[in-house]
Design a protein around this ligand. Sequence first.
Ligand code: NDP
Length: 245
Amino acid sequence: MSGINGKVIALTGASSGIGEETAVHLAARGARVVLGARRKERLDAVVERITSQGGEAVGLVVDVTRREDLARLTGEAVERFGRLDVLVSNAGTMAISPFDELRQDDWDAMVATHVTGLLNGIGAALPVFRRQRSGHFVNVASTAAYLVKSPQGVYAATKTAVKILSEGLRQESGPDLRVTLVSPGFTDTEGVGKGAGPEIAAELVRQRDEIAMPPSAVASAIAYAIEQPAHVDVGEIVVRSTAQA
Ligand code: NDP
């Protein structure tokens, strides 16, 4: 199946920001979307936004750090819609801090969300994709995977892991699967600065408000990769505001 219309697409981190905009964009183009995130109310609001526009969506409370939650997400896609065409692994946390602050819980959360979370998605979707002899992993990294800037060391390292895991997966995927890495620059979402200390958060929000692109720009990039013919694998997309150095 090529294009977007009719595809069954599961997305993590779909309760706000890039994930929400991507879900709305894909559903508007005829995808049936299965949305995962931890905040049920926000997720319900996204499902309502989609269904009120005539789209098909279902939301599940999912914590990507839990292997069984990803299995439930992909399982729901197959049970409800008969298949899973795409898994967009987008859940993320930008709890950025200097090493000296020793915010080790935040370090752990970034590793668990971006690295373990991605692996949990691969573990849940790969057997489904192999059975179907088709499937597409879309993994959201960051421009921080290409250039580390202080104090983003841990965040950048985990997003670099997303990049490397995507390339490793692509090399093993064979002719039936596609793997796309999408790396956004500063994007205008509530996640920027969230969980960071007050000074860092204020600086990140200042930069966001000065140079960020809208999340719809990332949604379009993800849609571009998905809508290509089945034999075309868009490997990497870096998308940033022209104002970002
Ligand atoms: P948001 O904070 O708006 O979105 C993050 C999403 O991830 C939310 O839906 C959140 O939902 C979800 N999430 C976080 N942790 C978990 C978890 N453990 N399990 C399930 N869902 C989780 O920020 P963005 O939209 O900006 O971020 C989306 C992705 O884009 C992230 O991976 C981020 O690193 C990346 N990115 C963002 C950039 C930016 O400037 N905004 C730039 C480059 C990359 P909930 O809390 O309900 O679980």
